[in-house]
Design a protein. Structure first.
Length: 649
């Protein structure tokens, strides 16, 4: 197929000209693929001035001109019912303060759903901006025995039409070249009608002129959906997929994790051999290698988690999971869009909270925002992996399944069920009417995702995790190292305390036990003592308020002080130094279970608190979220410990 109308006779823009282009389209139309293909790796994410809806902006070159490309939130109509759709309309109309109206529009239209897409296109053309239609999935239309004459479509619409396969890069160069001639793009002689009945007639006339033949149903998709969308078998498959999901994370990532851990042990040996200054050696060995390195050990699990999520989303399964969960969400007074937002929280609660902008109801948005922090985000994964390894032997099996993977699945289910119950409770509190709005969700055909899109998703997630390790976790770990090693003790002080100064492990243990961190931990220890937490765990819990992963970094420093070569075994052997439990193991099964439950419920992410504040416009609801989740975490951790004590000493 060939492109439609060409702009002609326009002089090249001056080198200093910047063209502002906006991408418009419905969800799942391929808009993001086109955006990525145009901008490459130059895209940046931020917020629109005055509002918290995300904006994605990138740049590209078209001739001598520089194009700023903005990916507007996906929408099915320019009659908005949610905050992100309202932003898209305000940008097109130039009504958003601090945001400039675009010079030209790229309207992304999916060939297989052209009839529906033309309704949105009619509204876009009514804005009077120079518009070029970007036709996606034309190859799939042909493959499914559909037909479309692109040149005739361009003639019928009166605007340029460029077929693009964004994930493969086809047609992107032509589209980029056309941007330079945006002033000479053809425009419709008569704008599409506004009245709905007349608009429907206009759509049919365009389809007839373009000799459009609807794609045949995707037979493989229909056969698979007969099972995956079945209320019983679909649920069974969903739990089977999730079980395999977590089994894979433990099974495949374990050897890689061991290799990374061995690398940091080797680095620790090099520091001991070649760094003579005791303070510098301690900082490099304990804070960086023992602390930050203890978190970086979990990069394989984080990477594999996002790889599997990207594959499930790219194939089209996650949208089916949202469809299945719509029935469950309806029982708690919400809708499937709320589950999509909660599903986004598996990566991080922040994008999950931001995804609530797609919900039409303000009450639904609030209930979902207050429930999102309970979803098991990736920040909990290092904590869970560490604690589960202390609780369950890696070789333990239950039939064909590893027990560690099943426990991890149980933690994810605990978070999901708790989030839904919380949403139900807050929905009843803030909206006693419980009105459920209609839920519209596109179920795309099953497709093999492109390697590029999957790698971009995985790299973005891994980069975010590494950035956190190099900023928040590094700063917190450095501060903890100082607290764990101050005040200084002279040899005379150590000898008077009966410490063998020739035994580095004994000296390290004494310094840590008499540090400022120990004083802080013992100050708050009475709060956590009923949960079985000693001062070292209490310090880790406090440090986790900045980022949950710093709990692992804190224990990594403690383990490095005890036994740098075998940190996990050092934690297993950790014992109470004094008090009524002196000599007893710290990480007993009841204590580990209490820790797992505490981290499942506690809101230990100040960034999440800040996002709730921005989304609600008040400190009331973030304070409510922090208060109820912290209190709930303590109570349920205490009950879990007591219950576990009845079965496991």
């Amino acid at each position: 197929m060939t492109g439609g109308c060409h702009g002609g006779g326009v002089a090249a823009p001056t080198p200093t000209e910047t063209i502002r282009v906006a991408l418009v389209g419905s969800p799942n139309a391929g808009k993001t693929s086109v955006f990525n293909a145009l901008t490459g790796l130059t895209a940046k994410t931020g917020n629109y001035p005055g509002v918290t809806v995300s904006r994605h902006v990138g740049t590209c070159r078209s001739g001598d001109a520089r194009c700023t490309v903005e990916d507007l939130p996906g929408t099915y109509s320019l009659e908005p019912i949610s905050p992100d759709e309202q932003v898209a309309v305000d940008v097109l109309d130039g009504r958003l303060d601090g945001s400039v109206r675009p010079d030209a529009l790229l309207m992304v239209v999916e060939a297989t759903t052209l009839r529906r897409s033309l309704g949105l296109l009619a509204q876009v053309l009514g804005r009077g901006l120079p518009t070029c239609v970007v036709l996606t999935f034309a190859d799939e239309l042909t493959r499914r025995q559909g037909h479309l004459d692109v040149a005739s479509l361009a003639t019928a619409l009166g605007v340029p039409v460029v077929p693009v396969l964004g994930h493969r890069g086809r047609g992107v160069d032509e589209l980029r070249d056309r941007l330079a001639g945006w002033r000479q793009w053809p425009v419709p002689v008569v704008p599409p009608p506004v009245e709905p009945t007349e608009r429907d007639a206009w759509i049919e006339s365009v389809l007839d002129f373009a000799r459009y033949r609807t794609a045949q149903p995707h037979r493989a998709t229909q056969r698979v959906d007969a099972v995956l969308l079945h209320p019983v078998w679909g649920t069974v498959v969903f739990f089977a997929v999730m079980t395999l999901f977590f089994q894979t994370i433990f099974t495949l990532a374990a050897p890689l994790q061991d290799a990374v851990e061995s690398l940091f042990v080797l680095l620790g040996h090099l520091v001991d051999r070649h760094v003579d200054n005791p303070w510098l050696s301690g900082f490099l060995g304990d804070a960086l290698i023992g602390g930050v390195g203890g978190v970086l050990v979990f990069v394989p699990q984080i990477t594999l988690l996002f790889l599997l999520l990207a594959l499930l989303e790219g194939v089209g399964y996650l949208s089916r999971a949202a469809f299945l969960m719509d029935r469950v969400m309806a029982r708690v007074g919400l809708e499937g869009r709320a589950f999509v937002a909660l599903l986004s929280s598996f990566a991080c609660a922040i994008p999950g909270i931001m995804a609530t902008r797609t919900l039409p109801s303000a009450r639904d948005r609030l209930a979902t925002m207050l429930a999102a922090p309970l979803m098991t985000c990736s920040a909990r994964l290092p904590v869970y992996v560490l604690l589960i390894s202390l609780l369950v032997d890696p070789s333990a099996r239950w039939g064909p399944f590893g027990v560690q993977g099943l426990v991890m699945l149980g933690m994810y289910l605990l978070g999901t069920v708790s989030a839904m119950l919380t949403a139900w409770l807050f929905k009843r509190v803030v909206d006693r009417r419980g009105t459920v709005l209609p839920f519209y969700l596109e179920l795309p055909p099953y497709r093999l995702p492109s390697a590029r899109s999957v790698l971009i998703a995985v790299w973005d997630a891994a980069k975010s995790f590494l950035r956190k390790c190099s900023t928040i976790i590094l700063v917190t770990t450095a501060a903890l190292w100082l607290l764990l090693n101050l005040p200084q003790h002279s040899d005379a002080d150590l000898q008077s305390a009966g410490v063998d100064t020739g035994n580095p492990a004994a000296v390290s243990a004494y310094v840590v036990d008499h540090s400022h961190a120990a004083g802080l931990g013992r100050l708050v220890e009475p709060v956590f003592a009923p949960l079985g937490f000693d001062w070292r765990i209490s310090v880790g819990v406090l440090s986790a308020q900045s980022a949950r992963e710093t709990f692992v970094a804190t224990l990594g420093q403690v383990a490095a002080a005890e036994d740098p070569e075998h940190p996990t075994q050092a934690l297993r052997d950790l014992r109470y130094p004094d008090g009524p439990r002196a000599g007893q193991p710290v990480f007993t099964p009841p204590t580990v279970v209490a820790l797992l439950v505490y981290f499942a419920y506690a809101l230990q992410c100040m960034a999440t608190v800040g996002v709730i504040r921005r989304e609600t416009g008040t400190w009331k609801w973030p304070l409510v979220a922090f208060g109820y989740l912290t209190g709930l975490a303590w109570v349920l951790a205490f009950l879990a410990r007591e219950l576990t004590t009845l079965f496991l000493p």
